[in-house]
Write a protein that binds this ligand. Structure first.
Ligand code: NDP
Length: 325
């Protein structure tokens, strides 16, 4: 038996709760993992609070991410005792996820925990942090280098924003953080932010082209924030878009693209190819300061995850939530 955060649709409606499940109920898969840590990402909070149709099969064990030890494997790459990370691939959406003591997963999608990293640190990073690194890699692929100019990070006190701020600063970029939590300016500066601005500066509809401010942008917010970020990006700059915390619309024009050669780089973590995942995790091991990561972490247990998901949806969480399962 193992404990799991189970999401169910019953006659009485949606129910989320921790239940003891029998291992025989685990789904098909070639690797069985004893999950040590999971985490709460934005998408997990959407699923656990039933705020948007993330879950597409019922009942569902929540949790898009997990890190732990292989206990059984018929996959040639993995053996009992290997430490693995799972991110995305529909876990917690279409197949059972990792907010559970055990998970059965597809070995092709797993990444080895980098040597120096603990499974707790891996889940402190989680999909949010791995997506922040995918954004950094997208900027680099388009030629952005330290010294090119200011880099804007939106949704800065969130998971993606915190890790992006820490990594970009450590790489030598001058990071400006946009946040709705001015009281967290010290936190962002400790992560390396050079400047902290009020997100309200970016949230109202603006002109199609504005004063050129950013060499690059990591955007977790979308909507008018992303439109303004594009309109303020310098000639030849790059904007990595990964999130929709402020809305899934994008009320922009072609002007930044056709008059300033701005590149809008889309970033998806869920079905990112395995080679890119390995690159992102090895760069996280190298470029994310463990002390900065530690300052982002709030540790909770599985039974706290439902309340914490409500807090996350209400914008009351800073940084990353690690769930010990
Ligand atoms: P968090 O909840 O940790 O952070 C989101 C942050 O966005 C908040 O902390 C807040 O930061 C800001 N924010 C919240 N609501 C609003 C609003 N209405 N307007 C403007 N800013 C807002 O989430 P994550 O960092 O985990 O994820 C961020 C986004 O990225 C989400 O939309 C998520 O779905 C997406 N995502 C996408 C992935 C992909 O594969 N493309 C993978 C992972 C995440 P502050 O208070 O500092 O302003």
């Amino acid at each position: 038996m193992f404990d799991a955060l189970l999401l169910e649709k019953t006659d009485a409606g949606f129910v989320a709760g921790v239940q003891a499940l029998d291992e025989s109920r685990l789904p098909e898969g070639d690797v069985t993992v004893r999950v040590e840590y999971s985490t709460l990402n934005y998408k997990d909070a959407l699923a656990i609070t039933n705020r948007s149709p993330v879950v597409r099969a019922w009942p569902m064990v929540a949790g898009i991410d997990g890190a732990g030890e292989v206990v059984e494997s018929s996959h040639s790459a993995w053996r009992r005792g290997d430490r693995v990370i799972h991110n995305g691939w529909g876990a917690g959406e279409t197949r059972w996820g990792c907010l559970a003591g055990m998970a059965r997963l597809n070995g092709d999608g797993l990444v080895r925990v980098p040597g120096s990293m603990t499974t707790r640190q891996a889940m402190a990073i989680g999909t949010a942090g791995y997506t922040a690194m995918l954004c950094v890699l997208a900027l680099e692929r388009h030629g952005v280098q330290p010294g090119h100019g200011d880099v804007l990070v939106t949704g800065a006190t969130g998971g993606v924003g915190s890790v992006a701020t820490a990594v970009l600063s450590r790489l030598g970029h001058a990071v400006t953080c946009a946040t709705g939590k001015p009281s967290e300016a010290d936190y962002l500066q400790r992560l390396g932010a050079r400047h902290v601005i009020d997100r309200a500066e970016l949230s109202a509809a603006g002109k199609p082209l504005q004063k050129e401010r950013w060499a690059a942008v990591v955007d977790a917010v979308g909507s008018t924030t992303l439109a303004n970020a594009l309109a303020q990006t310098r000639y030849g700059g790059v904007v990595a878009a990964c999130g929709l915390a402020g809305g899934h619309d994008l009320p922009t024009t072609v002007m930044p693209f056709i008059l300033r050669g701005v590149t809008l780089a889309g970033v998806d973590s869920v079905y990112a190819p395995i080679a890119l995942r390995r690159e992102a995790w090895s760069r996280l091991a190298r470029d994310l300061d463990p002390a900065a990561l530690e300052s982002m972490i709030e540790d909770i247990g599985l039974s706290d995850a439902i309340d914490k998901a409500q807090d996350l949806m209400a914008g009351r969480v800073r940084g990353r939530v690690v769930v010990e399962v």
